[in-house]
Design a protein around this ligand. Sequence first.
Ligand code: NAD
Ligand code: MG
Length: 396
Amino acid sequence: MSAVQQITVLGATGSIGLSTLDVIARHPERYQVFALTGFSRLTELLALCVRHVPRFAVVPEVEAASRLQEELRAAGLATQVLVGEQGLCDVASAPEVDAVMAAIVGAAGLRPTLAAVEAGKKILLANKEALVMSGALFMQAVGKSGSVLLPIDSEHNAIFQCMPTDFSRGLSQVGVRRILLTASGGPFRQTPLEELEHVSPEQACAHPNWSMGRKISVDSASMMNKGLELIEACWLFDAKPSQVEVVVHPQSVIHSLVDYVDGSVLAQLGNPDMRTPIANALAWPERIDSGVAPLDLFAIARLDFQAPDEQRFPCLRLARQAAEVGDSAPAMLNAANEVAVSAFLERRIRYPEIASIIDEVLTREPVVAVNELDAVFAADAKARVLAQQWLQRNGR
Ligand code: NAD
Ligand code: MG
């Protein structure tokens, strides 16, 4: 391998950002940090800058930027601080950058991730919401720029590893019958249905197998995460929603499977630690140490599988419907979910109301074509307004 690769980490202060920096730090001969971005927790961002010495740091507003710039100077660093969405797009598309870890959570990640795609960067995609919102446009942009798109979501990284290299010819062309997307079932897999009215954000965020940011933790509890991943899989692997089956697998050891027409089913296994898919994507097509402990099959002893229960997890049904309808439906689903999850985390709504809000937004607003980015953001904004109206009408 040639020169040291320059990496931008969007969302460096988050769970995926920190795991990425952990892997990068194990391979200083391969990777150098070009830019780090953060939205809150700016003391942590400062500490990360001291540790990784990036050329640029990005924060959301001017005041925070001058403060961080001052602190960086006092620490003897030449790191330059940029501001806001433009700053994010600049560090995602700068000519020196080889690869961009897209790990901002939610719709806020779309523009910077697309900026990296349009600049032809290698994209390590954790920000699934970007693809859910604008799948057709996103994949067109990837095709146009020749960007290499590597999935970080553990399931999609597993599918990617189990696919033949020429899968872009189409699933049937390469003999794939189905994609089997595994799901842990989250913390409420066995909670009595009547108790779901009263579960707290803390309970929702206490995932049995994975340690993640708060938004994706709630999505995992509601299985909206699996719904978003179903849509993500359709775009990444050019699959129809009917070709993606969700399989509840509580141990989170098999990260997903690919079912071929000859009856072969390939799976990728590993300990539930995001450093494995991150290292896989960073080094692809090579392999590097990720710091993850070897899998101990004797300690795991058994692997279980169940069909998902859509009565318990209505968000999964809503996401599958949005995937089938297409056009603006996934962007609206995603936006309504973001508003509902924030309201739940702020204790303004009860957990089952997350699905009620999304259902109402999708029922009330007609689906429109999304042939340009403005239309995606318009659908996103409309869904947010409708979700806010639900909150107001119900006194939250
Ligand atoms: P997190 O909440 O821990 O981190 C989010 C990051 O985004 C932080 O750095 C935060 O500062 C930044 N951010 C938040 N709002 C922003 C805004 N408006 N503008 C700019 N930056 C903003 O989240 P996470 O768990 O690291 O997840 C990040 C993404 O990766 C999500 O899209 C999630 O679905 C996906 N993902 C996460 C995991 C996981 O294990 N954590 C697994 C698969 C996929
Ligand atoms: Mg996942």
